[in-house]
Design a binder for this molecule. Structure first.
Ligand code: ARG
Length: 273
């Protein structure tokens, strides 16, 4: 149990320490390159990706970015439930007076796009912080984003979730596995992996978290090197033009034997939000 929590919160906690200038315990570097092993992404090609931001909490050097999110309706953004945890935000979400999303902007310190305040937050009541199952939250924006930013959610059990399907993950997270956070949006190509790959990697027991395919989706690079990493949590995994996952957890970053675990949006997202 303890191990799971550490994994789930490592990303955002790493950013807290980065913002305050302290050095967090660094994970071993596994690849160079959200996302590790990725490349710069243009926001025009991925207008649904947003950064969750609070400069009050995380400092201004990276515009307060601490997690990712994805636009699923003009006033609705999905993110990981663990991004809204007390350990991350230091209190309840509504206590962060400048909690916003940065949309339409790839470079965190750049111009363009918009920053929109979050008017309301909803955390999946089935989210289990000890196992990370159901790691999804819905943010309601104070103002609408353009309809052109919206991405469609994949249907449950559809082709986009099939093992072997090419997918891309997006974010401003650690690019090295050792605490180097991106200042501009990056993406990496991975593939949807069979549940068995994550069941093998994350069998649970002895304080570890286990993978469960009904609420989680396994994806990665079978050869290792390309993966999401700390700070990418809540950001999208896109396959066939549809949203299939939200960055949730994993052991290390880009290790061939430890794929990324994503929230399976098709089954966890309620029919109406
Ligand atoms: N929990 C991390 C975060 O809060 C995301 C970790 C994803 N790790 C991975 N190897 N895919 O940012």
């Amino acid at each position: 149990m303890r191990g799971s929590l550490t994994r789930a919160l490592a990303g955002a906690l790493g950013l807290v320490t980065a913002a305050t200038g302290l050095v967090a315990g660094a994970a071993p570097a596994v690849a160079d390159g959200v996302v590790v092993g990725g490349s710069p992404a243009a926001i025009a090609d991925a207008p649904w990706v947003v950064a969750l931001s609070s400069r009050d909490r995380f400092g201004g050097t990276r515009a307060g970015q601490f997690c990712g999110g994805v636009v699923v309706a003009p006033t609705k953004v999905l993110t990981a439930a663990h991004c809204l945890g007390r350990e991350v935000l230091g209190g309840a979400p509504w206590q962060l007076r400048d909690f916003s999303v940065i949309a339409g902007r790839a470079a965190l310190l750049g111009q363009g796009g918009q920053e929109v305040r979050i008017a309301d937050t909803w955390v999946n009541p089935d989210y289990d912080p000890s196992t990370n199952s159901g790691d999804l939250a819905v943010l309601t924006l104070a103002e609408s984003l353009p309809q052109s930013y919206v991405i469609e959610v994949a249907p449950p059990g559809g082709a986009a979730e099939n093992p072997g399907t090419a997918a891309r993950v997006y974010g401003w997270g650690d690019t090295t596995g050792s605490g180097r956070y991106a200042s501009s949006l990056r993406s990496a190509q991975v593939q949807v992996l069979p549940d068995a790959a994550c069941e093998r990697a994350y069998p649970g027991g002895f304080g570890g978290v286990s993978y469960r395919g009904d609420t989680m989706l396994c994806a990665g690079d079978p050869g290792g090197g390309r993966d999401a990493c700390q700070g990418d949590s809540g950001g999208p995994l896109v396959a066939g033009g549809l949203l299939v996952g939200l960055v949730s957890w994993g052991s290390g970053c880009g290790e061939a034997e430890n794929p990324g675990v994503y929230t399976r949006v098709s089954t966890v997202l309620p029919k109406r939000i």
